[in-house]
Design a binder for this molecule. Structure first.
Ligand code: ATP
Length: 366
């Protein structure tokens, strides 16, 4: 099976959702998802992920003035039955009174497909999802992972134009989650399916998505590849939502970044930003660095001095908590060398310029 021909791009133009009680679940959004792309919607509870998905599905309709396109087709006011969407939920939503094959073939039967075609498609799905041994089992005789595979098979057997997945793995244990997310990603890519995938699990988002849209209070606050979002967050909110981020505030002064009691040279890469006034001299700046990007360095190359307050061995790394006087009470530093650090030990630190994220001091969303 290849879904690439059925798949379409999705476009949201000025799509907003206000519920009957006045709750604005989604502020006006523009979004384009390429044909065959997997877009992950990531964000805290209540930020509007499910609402966005339900609008794309046709389970909700957007406020007047918004427009949703599947390819060139305007589906804004078209009901779910006419949209050709496949949906997978956390709760599986399988029919308990039907066996695996009957569940998979349900959509085809509703569509009035012939018995022969149904049998052929079901067989394809059973093979694709390694479900042949369970074809005649009832749903309550399956494990969580098997049920989720049936739910996926049932969603894609009808060759939908888009596949919408709402936290499909959150009911599964951590090990199965990791395996299934890799399987699902590979399958969607192989079949060329356009998919929108909702999760609040950052690791799942990075593993699944071609791009990630981070939502906050009904708004997409950043959209990009996992690398973009992780390495170049555009706000403290986004930075904190994916991985751990250290924060410290400084002030620009000439070619130096001054903290309360220490200073470090301003990364050369940021000189143009100062010259062009994007970062103004003397202005306070918000600095961020990931724990794995801060180096522990002896001697003159160290630009900051700190004191180890805690050391936690995590197997592949040791995570140190370091107090850097006048900069931050606690900076997380990941150390990959096989070396033991003592509490109270003084360490020199350096942040490679390319790894320092700096933002003008704005009101913080977090
Ligand atoms: P979660 O991760 O908890 O599922 P979410 O990001 O999917 O959250 P949504 O379900 O999209 O969030 O909800 C967005 C906002 O809209 C929330 O404030 C929610 O309370 C509100 N909301 C959702 N459905 C309705 C409704 N039918 N009527 C009124 N408000 C609603």
């Amino acid at each position: 099976m290849n879904n690439a021909q059925a798949s379409v791009a999705i476009t949201l133009k000025h799509v907003q959702k206000t519920f009957a009680d006045g709750t604005v679940a989604l502020k006006p959004q523009n979004l384009h998802i390429e044909k065959g792309e997997i877009l992950v919607l990531l964000g805290p509870s209540g930020c509007g992920k499910t609402t966005t998905l339900r609008l794309i599905a046709g389970l909700e309709f957007c406020d007047p003035g918004g427009q949703i396109l599947f390819g060139d087709r305007d589906v804004t006011n078209i009901a779910i039955e006419q949209r050709r969407v496949g949906m997978v939920f956390q709760s599986y939503a399988l029919f308990p009174n039907m066996n695996v094959s009957e569940n998979i073939g349900y959509g085809l039967r509703v569509r009035g497909e012939s018995k022969a075609l149904r049998a052929q498609k079901i067989e394809e799905m059973l093979a694709l999802f390694d479900l042949q041994p369970y074809a005649h089992r009832h749903i309550d005789q399956l494990s969580g992972g098997q049920r989720q595979r049936v739910a996926l098979a049932r969603a894609i057997v009808t060759e939908p134009e888009v596949l919408l997945l709402d936290e499909p793995l959150s009911a599964l244990d951590a090990f199965l989650k990791k395996r299934l997310r890799t399987d699902i990603n590979a399958l969607l890519k192989r079949l060329g399916i356009t998919a929108v995938y909702v999760t609040h699990d950052q690791e799942e988002a990075m593993a699944m998505g071609d791009r990630i849209a981070v939502l906050d209070h009904g708004e997409i606050v950043q959209i990009g590849s996992a690398q973009d979002i992780y390495h170049a967050p555009n706000s403290a909110f986004v930075a904190n939502f994916i991985g751990h981020m250290n924060h410290f505030s400084g002030r620009l002064n000439g070619r130096h970044l001054h903290f309360d009691q220490q200073s470090m040279p301003l990364p050369e890469s940021l000189w143009p930003a100062v010259r062009e006034g994007v970062l103004s001299d003397g202005a306070p700046v918000q600095c961020m660095a990931r724990p794995e990007d801060i180096r522990i360095i002896d001697g003159a190359e160290a630009t900051l001095q700190g004191r180890v307050t805690q050391s936690v061995f995590l197997g592949d790394r040791t995570r140190l908590l370091v107090e850097v006087a006048g900069v931050a009470d606690c900076i997380y530093v990941d150390c990959f060398e096989r070396r033991v650090y003592q509490q109270g030990e003084t360490v020199g630190l350096a942040i490679p310029p390319s790894r320092l994220v700096m933002l003008p001091m704005l009101s913080d969303r977090s």
